[in-house]
Design a binder for this molecule. Sequence first.
Ligand code: FE2
Length: 264
Amino acid sequence: MLIAQITDLHVSFDPAFLDGRVAPLEAVLRAVAVLAALDPRPDAVLLTGDLAENGSAEEYAFIRHALGELDLPVFAVPGNHDSSPAMRTGLGSFMRASEASHACYVVDDFPLSLVGLDTSVAGKAHGALDPARLEWLEKVLGQRAGRPVFMFMHHPPFDTGIRTMDACGLLEGRERLAELIAWHGGVVGVVCGHVHRSIHTSVAGVPTVVAPSCAHQIALELRANAPLQYRLEPPAIALHRCEQGQMMVSHVRYIPDFPGPWRF
Ligand SMILES: [Fe+2]
């Protein structure tokens, strides 16, 4: 199975977005063009949060139309910039049914189960997997014992070393998430967004990847007390190849013709 990932689109109609240095609508259209030209075609496209900058109906309508052009299965989870209710209304089939208290859901249409984890906390930049979401995950994984599982979420379940982003990372539930991944034993990969960079590690022995944004990136800044800085480095999508009997193999596919580099 080949899974494409687009993350941190930050769709905005504000011409002054990030001082006008980023054109998120064009960035999405460029990413969609790269996806449309892929051969082989991916089996599914995952959107891992911060789809919209402000969580407006207009922003989600743009995303649904742009991604809908691909005629591929698309699945989305919210990030801290998203509005879960507006996203669910605006994206329609891009999200599956979930419980009332969160937007976690599972897709069983493929050789592996796609588990979308909602790590968003209304009104906050940081993420959390609260007891209700962790209990849901335990139930879902228990029902899929022996079946391969692929997880996608916005906030990475580990510290990256970029302190400003770690401060608004997944601040609740990461230890239990790792326990559940180890307990299930069939999770082949975890993919995330939020940090706007290509970052790789493992959680409970499972490859865990942060994909770059398809728009703007965050500076690689590992000094303590460094301020958050944005960069126009090459935008990208990620491609995750999941074949039977092995862990996820991840590729970064850069998007050409980006209007940088810039520092800001
Ligand atoms: Fe973001």
